[in-house]
Design a protein. Structure first.
Length: 232
């Protein structure tokens, strides 16, 4: 049984998605690196009083705070905010500089989503490569935006009174930070790949919809013609 054009495209996209996600995760540090550099320029350039360093790579901790692994795709922040850690079962506590670790991959899963759509689209190799390059550039910007907003959110909401005070001294609005963080984490990763694919392939989408409607249109025409034969 032959598939309709839309279903054929859907099947190809579903088959390409797992491979795209594997490549995305396998080469994760490569995708994160340019976004980290952009975020570093923004954080250190505009809020140097809050942040001292932004580096690629970070430690993975368990619930007790013990280091269990090191991941090259994480982003480590060095801040200028002193925080007090209360004593607990994990350690004696104390006072120190806040050094959070972020996972920027949560802002960039739009890259394998777009790659799956692009690979399922019948395109010349050069045009597909150009689409992937342009999409990567846009997604890197979105990922950098996510790193910046999460960095500020960490100080404003996760660093206690010391972090909130530092944000206030910098003249930043916590509500604006929260809105930017939600937009970067919930909206952009889901919307950007679909919006880019539609913008890059409008002609293909129009042809896809037209071809999918052709059998139905022919059936309606034949039905109308048969009904016309019965009219007096």
């Amino acid at each position: 049984m032959a598939l309709s054009p839309i279903r054929e495209f859907g099947v190809k996209a579903v088959l390409w998605l797992p491979l795209a996600f594997v490549a995305w995760f396998w080469f994760a540090p490569l995708w994160v690196w340019p976004a980290m550099l952009l975020a570093k320029q923004v954080l250190l350039g505009h809020w140097g009083a809050l942040f001292a360093s932004v580096t690629l790579g970070g430690e993975v901790l368990d619930d007790a705070g013990r280091v269990v692994a090191r991941a090259g795709y994480l982003v480590s922040l060095g801040t200028r905010v002193m925080v007090t850690v209360p004593a607990s079962a994990a350690g004696p506590g104390g006072v120190g500089v806040l050094e959070p670790t972020l996972n920027p991959m949560v802002y960039a899963y739009s890259l394998p989503l777009f790659a799956g759509l692009a690979m399922a689209t019948p395109l010349p190799a050069l045009r597909r490569a150009l689409q992937l390059a342009l999409a990567l550039a846009v997604i890197v910007l979105c990922q950098a935006f996510g790193i910046v907003t999460e960095s500020l959110k960490t100080l404003a909401f996760d660093a206690g009174a010391e972090g909130a005070a530092a944000i206030a001294r910098a003249g930043l609005d916590p509500n604006t930070i929260a809105l930017g963080y939600q937009f970067a984490s919930l909206i952009l990763p889901a919307v950007v790949p679909v919006a880019l694919w539609i913008a890059f392939n409008r002609d293909f989408i129009e042809q896809l919809v037209a071809r999918d409607r052709e059998p139905g249109a022919q059936a309606v025409g034949q039905s109308t013609h048969r009904n016309g034969d019965l009219d007096p």
